[in-house]
Write a protein that binds this ligand. Structure first.
Ligand code: Q46
Ligand code: ZN
Length: 311
């Protein structure tokens, strides 16, 4: 097996590209995929400040490394979710990476700052853990990007993640989610721009990138992911990819090329109609945002007190 670019012995093959690469050319390939994604979707303009949400896993640390390699001005954000030992370990990986590369890491600890953790929040709100967790992360990511004056918030969603989410949204024909599933969500009042620069790279490529560049990442999965539907969707899609390489990429990128616009229509309109949360000021269609309602339930705090402490 020879490298497609330089004809030296290859260390990895990527079936959907019908290509193999040596170590150096593989890193170049990953950078090129990210560079092209950023440029094709107009994700980041020259001089903009980027905040990358890091979990300590391969995708987010790989993304941070790739964005630095492409010379972006990018700091990290780690949100401690209070998921026992998993959070302690994942935070340590994020901190070690930042320290080793001399990069700035902003940290938000949910139990310390908001008085609850993800397991509590999930129980109190009777929501699946990943639903309570996802809601909290979206809120804190956006709030942190806005508070610290970043232009763009980048997340490490890769091709496999996007394919699994799209598969779920299509199975349920959840048109509201389909209208929001895009590699770029533009900025709007109260919202930072959100971008996903890894949507052309698969999970296996990210793991290989981290190993080949010496990035140490948390390998264990989050213990609360058990029962998460996306794990099942990924298994189905992996079986399909095995039989016809390239299926995931054509499913996801074909959606953006040919179908996304049909669902996207009213997102801008919906956002324009949002008011401000009475407790925290975040954009919301109601009186209080979903995060403040979750927090009130999880901490047993009456809503007026939540407003008094200005959180
Ligand atoms: S951290 Fe949170 Fe994930 Fe754990 S509880 Fe689910 S969403 S699985 S990326
Ligand atoms: Zn709020």
């Amino acid at each position: 097996m020879k490298c497609r670019r330089c004809r030296e012995p290859a260390v990895i093959d990527i079936r959907r590209h019908n290509a193999a690469f040596c170590q150096e050319c593989f890193q170049h390939h990953c950078r090129e995929q990210v560079r092209r994604t950023i440029s094709d979707f107009d994700m980041i303009q020259p001089g903009e400040r980027v905040l990358v949400a890091v979990s300590g896993g391969k995708d987010s640390l790989g993304l941070w490394h790739l964005l630095r390699a492409l010379d972006y001005d990018v700091d990290g954000l780690y949100v401690g979710l209070g998921i026992g030992e998993y959070s302690d370990t994942s935070g340590a990986y994020a901190r070690d990476f930042a320290q080793m590369h001399g990069l700035k890491l902003i940290e938000v600890d949910v139990p310390a700052e908001y008085g609850f953790d993800v397991p509590d929040g999930s129980r109190a709100a009777k929501r699946a853990p990943c639903s309570a967790c996802g809601l909290s992360k979206r809120h804190i990511f956006n709030e942190s990007a806005m508070t610290h004056g970043y232009d763009v918030l980048a997340t490490g969603h890769n091709l496999d993640d996007e394919a699994a989410v799209l598969f779920g949204n299509v199975l349920r024909w959840d048109t509201a989610y389909l209208g929001r599933q895009h590699p770029v969500l533009p900025e709007a009042p109260g919202f930072a721009r959100k971008v996903k620069p890894l949507v052309r790279l698969g999970e296996r490529e990210l793991a290989a990138y981290c190993v080949l560049t010496g990035i140490d990442y948390i390998v264990e999965e989050c213990p609360m992911a058990v029962g998460n539907k996306h794990i099942g969707y990924k298994e189905v899609l992996n079986a399909l990819e095995e039989r016809s390489p390239g299926s995931k990429a054509s499913f996801v990128h074909g959606f953006w090329d040919h179908a996304y616009e049909r669902f996207a229509g009213d997102v801008a309109q919906e956002r324009a109609e949002l008011g401000a949360c009475r407790a925290c000021g975040a954009p919301t269609p109601g009186d209080l945002c979903a995060f403040c309602r979750l927090r009130a339930r999880a901490t047993g705090t009456p809503l007026p007190m939540l407003q008094d402490d200005g959180a």
